[in-house]
Design a binder for this molecule. Structure first.
Ligand code: HMG
Ligand code: MG
Length: 320
């Protein structure tokens, strides 16, 4: 008798929305900064790939994240394509004021499931950070701006070690109750493994509908794609990713950052799940920024495209 699958494949979504975070999460972690006009060109190229969401930059303190100090110039400079959302990160009212002045229509607030990480990242306890979001959400409502929320360290923290899903769920529930439309669950340091990732979603899902959950895996330990699969199989339909795996350790060329968008798209294509993203155009956009940064793409898919001989060069291989 055929063995029954333990996975409820009926839960597979027909379509997954990819949230491209390369221009923000990727570039904030790169050792080398690129000029605003290169970021603008990068984002404009991403806008032509079929992506529905391109997270553009952060309106945070330039002292904390100098790589994104040009947020105003970049946000104002990009072509806003129809059908593409350009969210920006804001940590507080000051950031929200800057984002609104620049014309942002969507923002993302961010907190963590670890007190120590949150203190080091935004100089606030978890409760203080959520208090700071209250006026941000009021401003958003008054200006008809959508708000997404991130929770970092959902599977582990560099300072506190393991984080239990039960610590994540109430934060997610609170952020949704405050008016955020989606929670992105961030495995900030890439410690998660597939069954832990799936269990996290299952626990949080008891408090927040799965349609309002996104997953955000850093690929530090090569687990991101497996984790995404484990979550998509139970119905997660929003995945954050960064083209060519931008955002590796600032001190190690080629070190993994966020999961590479092209790898996620390739996997979902193979599963018959639609993303609307054109793989070749996407990788070209990633190679453009990788070259500007002087970094190697982390994904094998991007390396394959990078190594492809140009069509007018006769290598002789086609003859065999
Ligand atoms: P603070 O030092 O406590 O803030 O930092 P403050 O309110 O005391 O202000 C200090 C100075 O910053 C003042 O300037 C403010 O005006 C200025 P000064 O008077 O000293 O010249 N300031 C600002 N300037 C511009 N924009 C602002 C802003 N706010 C204050 N919005 C603060 C608190 C939140 C500002 C700081 O900690 C900060 O900016 N942190 C950002 C950290 C960050 O961006 N981290 C990366 C994003 S999170 C992430 O990557 C995780 C994620 O990918 C998911 C995952 O992977 O898990 C999302
Ligand atoms: Mg991140």
């Amino acid at each position: 008798m055929a063995k029954q699958s333990a996975v409820p494949f009926s839960a597979l979504p027909e379509r997954v929305r990819i949230v491209e975070v390369g221009p923000r999460d990727g570039l904030q972690n790169e050792a080398r900064s690129v000029p605003a006009d290169v970021k603008i060109e990068f984002i404009n190229r991403l806008s032509k790939t079929g992506l529905e969401v391109v997270e553009t930059t952060s309106f945070v303190s330039p002292r904390w994240i100098p790589q994104l100090a040009d947020a105003d110039e970049v946000f104002r400079g990009i072509d806003k394509a129809d059908g593409v959302a350009y969210p920006v990160l804001v940590p507080n009212v000051a950031g929200m004021e800057r984002a609104l002045a620049a014309g942002a229509r969507e923002v993302a607030v961010f907190t963590a499931a670890s007190e120590t990480f949150n203190r080091k990242n935004i100089n606030a306890s978890i409760a203080e950070s959520i208090d700071r979001f209250e006026p941000v959400l009021e401003m958003a409502k008054a200006n008809d701006v959508r708000v997404r929320a991130y929770i970092s360290c959902v599977l582990g923290c560099p300072y506190e070690g393991d984080i239990k899903p039960e610590a994540v769920a109430p934060i997610a529930e609170r952020l949704i109750a405050m008016g955020c439309y989606e929670i992105s669950l961030g495995d900030t340091i890439g410690v998660g493994t597939p069954l832990a990732a799936r269990r996290l979603v299952q626990v949080v899902q008891e408090s927040v509908d799965i349609s309002q959950l996104a997953v955000h895996f850093h690929d530090t330990r090569g687990q991101a794609l497996a984790n995404i699969l484990a979550c998509v199989e139970i119905g997660v339909a929003v995945v954050d990713a960064s083209v060519t795996g931008l955002g590796g350790c600032p001190y190690a060329n080629g070190a993994p950052g966020n999961v590479a968008t092209e790898e996620v798209v390739y996997m979902l294509n193979g599963m018959g799940i639609e993303t609307g993203v054109d793989l070749d155009t996407l990788v070209d956009a990633g190679l453009y920024i990788s070259e500007a940064l002087g970094r190697l793409p982390t994904s094998d898919l991007a390396k394959l495209q990078q190594d492809k001989p140009s069509p007018d060069v006769d290598t002789g291989f086609n003859k065999f």
